[in-house]
Design a protein around this ligand. Structure first.
Ligand code: AMP
Length: 284
């Protein structure tokens, strides 16, 4: 594995690979890697010939008062884990390399599907994500890019961005990797105190309660949402942000559930806000 810090080095490596007919896989991350990230790298390794991963804590996707300066970082460990997961090229740019001109005047916004859920809680977040993903895909060039289903709204935003801007990328969503008790792995789980950590699987339990209702024939969106909210409300350490049942692709909230539905839940547990989601298929 080679670690590079400049746009020019990434372009040279991916361009050379494509000229030899090799497929490029790309996994963008903010580092502090865990098995969720390395599962994306393994998926890229299995399906493509040159695996590129990036570690970049993108300042544009953090709001004022969020955890940009304290976001966990450990580049030595990230380097070892990336190499073990089969990454060929690790791109670790500085903020100046990605954003040479400050303030940044050119940004990308995806309207509509960014208004609710994470976008409501973090109003500038998805513009930051869309801007950095657009830039990283412009740097890496034509590729298959791997995202975690754990951040479902992000997957929807990136898919729409790639379609709307005709970016030369195929977006793959990979399954959420969890702890044995059901908690979705997240770099921010390090902020959980022992009591909050013990309570954190409540998100997964809420999703399972919602999915069980739908499997039992419930089609009323509000009843499914109320059941999920009720599970979170029963955990005194958790403060619910939202519990929603939405169309999996558009995130639309229809009164009657149909087709591919995604159950979404977010709650604060002490300091960190945790998110999770689950897909349920509603037969016609
Ligand atoms: P981040 O470093 O948090 O920006 O995440 C980088 C990528 O890893 C994103 O596509 C995330 O959705 C994905 N990811 C984070 N946690 C998990 C997880 N537990 N399982 C699968 N993918 C994940």
């Amino acid at each position: 594995m080679r670690t590079v810090t400049t746009v020019a080095e990434v372009r040279a490596a991916t361009g050379a690979a494509r000229r030899q007919g090799r497929r490029v896989g790309f996994v963008p991350t903010m580092g502090y890697l865990h098995e969720g990230h390395t599962s994306l790298m393994a998926a890229a390794r299995a399906a493509t010939d040159l695996v590129v991963a990036s570690v970049f804590v993108n300042p544009l996707q953090f709001g004022a008062g969020e955890d940009l300066s304290s976001y966990p970082r450990d580049l030595d460990r990230d380097t070892d884990l990336s190499e073990a997961a089969g990454v060929d090229l690790l791109f670790v740019p500085s903020v100046e390399e990605v954003y040479p001109h400050r303030p940044v005047l050119t940004t990308v916004t995806v309207a509509g599907i960014t208004d609710r859920f994470e976008g409501a809680a973090r109003p500038t977040h998805f513009a930051g994500v869309a801007t950095v993903v657009t830039k990283l895909l412009a740097i890496v060039g034509p590729c298959t890019t791997y995202f975690g289903a754990k951040d479902w709204q992000q997957v929807c935003v990136v898919r729409r961005l790639v379609d709307d801007l005709s970016l030369p990328a195929t977006v793959e969503a990979c399954p959420t990797v969890r702890e044995p008790d059901g908690l979705a792995l997240s770099s921010r789980n390090v902020y959980l105190g022992p009591e909050e950590r013990a309570a954190a699987p409540v998100l997964r339990r809420a999703l399972e309660a919602g999915a069980a209702l739908v499997a039992g024939g419930e089609r009323d969106r509000r009843r499914v949402e109320a059941a999920m909210a009720g599970v979170v409300a029963a955990e005194p350490l958790a403060q619910l942000d939202y519990a929603a049942a939405v169309d999996a692709a558009t995130l639309a909230e229809a009164d009657v559930l149909a087709g591919q539905v995604r159950l979404l839940v977010a709650a604060r547990l002490g300091v960190p806000r945790l998110l999770d989601n689950l897909g349920v298929d509603v037969p016609a």
